[in-house]
Design a protein around this ligand. Sequence first.
Ligand SMILES: O=C(O)CCC(=O)C(=O)O
Length: 228
Amino acid sequence: MAQQFDAIHRALRYVERDHHSLQLAPSLPKLMQLLILEQFDAPINYFPNFLSKQEADWLFTQSQRLTWQQNQITMLGKVMPVPRLETIYGDSGCDYLYSHSVLLQPKPWTEWLLWLKEKIETTTQHRYHITVGNRYRSGRDSISWHSDDEPTMGKEPAISSVSLGATRRFSLKSRQDSSIQHFDLEHGSLLLMRPGCQSTHLHQVPKSTKVTGERINWTFRPHINGKS
Ligand SMILES: O=C(O)CCC(=O)C(=O)O
């Protein structure tokens, strides 16, 4: 108990000192990570052990067996490859266009993605109609600052994100004061970006020279044409 108290004290001192760059490292006890999130009223919830190790390993292998593609994105009139691989599954008629240039057309749900969707819906109490997969082959792959505000998701969507494989840093930037918080997203974890998060914050998964392993991320999203 005394030890836990000590750790919490140390974390809070750190938070006071450096609250513009709050870093939640996996080495911090989970309870403390939650406490710090609470303190900053971040528009997210993090569930580090959402999946068991066995479930996460199995889902990672299943995900790797799917067909992935590298899409092209147009930015400022220039066409370039998206710096990661992508795929999408979901209800029919729920096409997803992002950055006005990349159109993703869902394949029908697999059994195991449906299982994952239902598990997430039970935990978060939000409904989802599509899931976009991001495959980061190594630390060289990334997603840059953005918010997910495509009109097909409806107003103020809740977005749930499951991480499999290598741990990657996820950064959240306030639109109001540009303060940035960093979170390390671990194998088998769930990150919920609550309604409102997309209008108050931007997020990214930056490139990293330290990460060599592969990570797959599934973001579950609502869609206005959703059937379920
Ligand atoms: O890989 C992640 O954790 C974030 C993915 C993301 O930001 C997105 O798909 O919009």
